[in-house]
Design a protein around this ligand. Sequence first.
Ligand SMILES: *[C@@H]1O[C@H](CO)[C@@H](O)[C@H](O)[C@H]1NC(C)=O
Ligand SMILES: *[C@@H]1O[C@H](CO)[C@@H](O)[C@H](O)[C@H]1NC(C)=O
Ligand SMILES: *[C@@H]1O[C@H](CO)[C@@H](O)[C@H](O)[C@H]1NC(C)=O
Length: 524
Amino acid sequence: MAKDQAAIFSFRYFCYILFALSSLSSISFLYWSHCSGPCNSQNPITLQEPNQPINLLSFPSAWNHLSFSSKPPPKLLKIALFVKKWPHRNLAGGLERHALTLHLALAKRGHELHIFTTSSSNSSFPRYPLINLNFHLSKPTAAGYLDQALVWKQFQTQNSSGKSFDVIHTESVGLLHTRSRNLTNLAVTWHGIAYETIHSDIIQELVRTPEEPRAYVLTERAIKVVEEVKFFRSYAHHVATSDHAGDVLKRIYMIPEERVHVILNGVDEEIFKPDFTHGKDFRKKFGIPESRALVLGMAGRLVKDKGHPIMFEALKQMLMEDDSFRKSVFVLVAGDGPWSGRYRDLGPNVLVLGPLEQAQVARFYNALDIFVNPTLRAQGLDHTLLEAMLSGKPVMATRFASIMGSVIVGSEMGYTFSPEVASLKEALYGVWRDGRGVLEKKGEVARQRGLKLFTASKMTAAYERLFLCISKDRKEGDARDDYCRLASVDGAGECGKAYAEREALNLAPCALAARYEKAHAAVE
Ligand SMILES: *[C@@H]1O[C@H](CO)[C@@H](O)[C@H](O)[C@H]1NC(C)=O
Ligand SMILES: *[C@@H]1O[C@H](CO)[C@@H](O)[C@H](O)[C@H]1NC(C)=O
Ligand SMILES: *[C@@H]1O[C@H](CO)[C@@H](O)[C@H](O)[C@H]1NC(C)=O
């Protein structure tokens, strides 16, 4: 009896100790997972042993944070791409631009590309001097989509001639889920999903004027989300173009983590780069007075859902209510659309340039002090922000989860505002008060971030690695051939610089983050 009691007592005691230990460890876990500065926003802290190879397929952040070898590809792939439309000159949306930049770069790296796309007339289709880049054109359906039966036949012909395809890539629903089912070597890149679009619908409803009819898209959109949740799972691998979209695919669309990969878009770093002389020439060419202390720029389609109604209203009010703002600010607008006429009505402070060729767009960025993108579209990720950042300019954009989670992650590189006139005005006045000196510093931070994350070569390297990893005859367990792992070697990450300092100050959270970064910012 006494013995039993003693046993119970010691068991109870044991439980107390266990309880005390577990509460301690949860506290320390909370403490460890808290991380200040740049490390908490983008580098999820996983309690992973340093110096372990990283499993890329379940890597939680954007692959752009990793370093891949720039050496020639270890293996040449035969790649099929399904894309509804191939870009024609500068008339291209984000999806088409992504398709063009990525697949031209992959072809230049020696991979064999077969692009299944639509063309209404054969004469105007662009030609490229690359023998390993093949186009298979077909007439679009009445709704403008790829004729699935036809492209599938074209695909089968190519798949059975010579080598079969190693990997299949579809930009959005270029290849429908009914055809994509069962293809394990397939990846789909989403440039905007219905769940994100709900945010845009809410904003459109909020900015609607009483005269405009109410749009009943919100309920329809929710049903669209449900449909997407159901059919998205038919695709083997998913690429999200922002960290936020990646989260939504994992949490709301319930796609297993090892099938969702975040690869942020990249833009050509040879074209978009700082060039002081070009910028100065551009200002001179368009007669922008040297006395103007602040040059703001916008680019893209000048339509309602790109935020031009609120930008127009904000500028109109500011030019009217503040003399010194009017005397010191100049606004350059590149692009075409219904709002170009209204901007012209704002008087001599605003210059509408019309649509520009790519080389001109690069000069345009260099002529600015800050690039502003007032878009009301929450889905996808605008390339213009990335171009401006690579050109060394600070950026200002709408507070969308995709933008704040992947692009403007802090005030060091730019400004954000809520999609309404008052908030936009406040942000614009903030920019004006900060002035050129502050903007130049932010521009440098933006450029460094752009070089690290948003170059076409970074994007291409990440996709190439993904394609090697999911390609059909990858040998599992074979370390040399296992492209799904990234060997970990010391490298300096975002927290890496402060590593020693933080360690000395016993700042455990960041030390851990730094170790995580070290393990992940691997150099092969
Ligand atoms: C496009 O090519 C097809 C055959 O490849 C031809 O029959 C057709 O007339 C061409 N169309 C134009 C607009 O050139
Ligand atoms: C392509 O060809 C290979 C080899 O013949 C075959 O295993 C594969 O199933 C084909 N792919 C499709 C999607 O039909
Ligand atoms: C995919 O596989 C399932 C089960 O293996 C089969 O029933 C279905 O017909 C296949 N679908 C396609 C499009 O090949």
